[in-house]
Design a protein around this ligand. Structure first.
Ligand code: DOR
Ligand code: ZN
Ligand code: ZN
Length: 445
């Protein structure tokens, strides 16, 4: 037989180890991994010159925006940014305009996205007003629910404990995990109020409002919700050592919980806002050096399930509000996440196994993304080719994202995604997007 494509002369990351081999792709899936002499003939052959092939990155925390927020980012620019960063699948967050909180809103978003995306996209939904709608949202293909414990996004009041537990139980019936933005709303509001009364309006005031204790209380509550509902609870962007300790303890007690950490919380501590200003204003905020070191150690020791970008684009104007209380929190990360992780590998801080685990294997497992996140025969050919030794400088003006600024501007990083394959097709080649909008697929199972 003749397959669609053969990638030859590669180092391929398999669950059993890295092999020097070639990879045959047929109909969007991996047909065979073998020495070149054992591969079938192909309509097209591509020489990878000994470069490393990893499973494409699955970024489970991305705000693609679009619709009425398309001035910040849209499905095309956001997924071009993904492809440029070696990301082959993103899960889109629901705090949109309109909020993704009904099956109709979800379908509308899927329909718009299907014509514009260049990588695969799965969707979160916020909880709806009516509990009966939860199943319809699941049937429409949401891969997970998302709840902000600190404020209402969607149809469910996060302070109504009984309704929240009911909603979690209903999501669990459809086997969907619930991602939790874990902050205690009450303490947060108190903090904001007293800081404002003191006349505080500096960048550190934001961090003090969103204090470690705000996160810790949010995470404690998330664990309680997991215990009482038996739903899988996934804690988003853990930023504190204490928060992570609580999750690790809950895990060892058998609770169905998982967590993610962002590259910025792994690499930057709070003093960094002195350097780059409000561009580094994010929620949760950058933390102490001790927290950063603890997260780095935890990553190495396997306590962190997933690394996700929390790609949260805003305009420069929104990032430069006159008062800290008016500045939009968030930074982009799709184009820097894998390079930063590869840089950590090159510094000897983590292994390639850890990178693949937190960026592909665990995301696929926790969010049930069938036949993705792993290189094996029969799986989808979502791949990233990395030039592991290439040193380069992060230049946000070259981002595909509409938000062309990053706290990592000017960083010399080592390791670069040079080719991204989505569904078996070369989609990014040396920073060029080489597929048309609509190439990516909506992932519903
Ligand atoms: O920094 C953040 N930005 N944190 C969030 O929780 C929301 C996000 C956004 O949507 O901009
Ligand atoms: Zn969040
Ligand atoms: Zn987010």
């Amino acid at each position: 037989m003749t397959v669609d494509l053969v990638l030859r002369d590669a180092k391929i990351y398999l669950p059993s180890g890295i092999v020097e081999a070639g990879l045959a792709i047929e109909d969007g899936r991996i047909f065979k991994v073998a020495k070149e002499s054992n591969l079938p003939s192909a309509s097209e052959k591509m020489d990878l010159n000994g470069m490393l092939v990893l499973p494409g990155v699955i970024d489970v925390h991305v705000h693609l925006r679009d619709q009425e927020l398309s001035y910040k980012e849209d499905f095309y620019t956001g997924t071009c940014a993904a492809a440029n960063g070696g990301v082959t699948l993103v899960i889109d967050m629901p705090n949109n305009k309109p909020v993704t909180m009904t099956s109709a809103a979800l379908k509308e978003r899927m329909d718009l996205a299907s014509r514009r995306i260049v990588v695969n996209v799965a969707f979160y939904s916020a909880f709806p007003r009516e509990i009966s709608e939860i199943r319809r949202i699941a049937n429409a293909g949401a891969k997970a629910f998302k709840i902000f414990l600190s404020h209402t996004v969607g149809g469910l009041d996060p302070n109504n404990e009984k309704s929240v537990i009911e909603a979690f139980m209903e999501a669990a019936k459809s086997n969907l995990p619930i991602a939790v933005h874990a902050e205690d709303g009450l303490l947060l509001q108190e903090n904001i109020k007293s800081l404002r009364l003191e006349g505080r309006d500096d960048l550190y005031a934001f961090s003090e409002a969103h204090s470690p204790e705000v996160e810790v209380r949010g995470i404690r509550r998330a664990m309680k919700l997991a215990r009482e509902s038996c739903a899988h609870v996934h804690v988003c962007h853990v930023s504190t050592a204490d928060g992570l300790r609580i999750i690790s303890k809950a895990k060892s007690s058998g609770l169905p919980v998982s967590c993610e950490v962002t590259p910025h919380h792994l690499l930057l501590s709070e003093e960094y806002v002195d350097k780059v200003g409000s561009i580094a204003l994010i929620n949760p905020p950058l933390r102490s050096r001790e927290d950063v070191l603890y997260l780095q150690r935890a990553l190495k020791e396997g306590l962190i399930d997933i690394v996700a970008s929390d790609h949260a684009p805003h305009t420069l104007k929104e990032k430069e509000g006159s008062s800290v209380w008016d500045i939009s929190a968030g930074m982009v990360g799709l184009e820097t996440m894998l390079p930063l992780m590869l840089t950590m590998f090159n510094r000897g801080q983590i292994s390639i196994q850890t990178i693949v685990k937190v960026l592909a294997e665990k995301p696929s497992k926790i969010f049930r993304l069938k036949d993705r996140g792993v290189i094996r025969e029969g799986a989808y050919a979502d791949l990233v080719v990395v030039d592991i030794k290439r040193e380069w400088v992060i230049d946000p003006s070259e981002f595909y994202s509409k938000a062309k600024f990053s706290p990592f501007e000017g960083w010399v990083v080592k390791g670069k995604p040079v080719k991204t394959f989505v569904n078996g097709v070369l989609s990014m080649d040396e920073c060029e997007i080489v597929v048309k909008p609509g190439h990516g697929k909506i992932i519903v199972n």
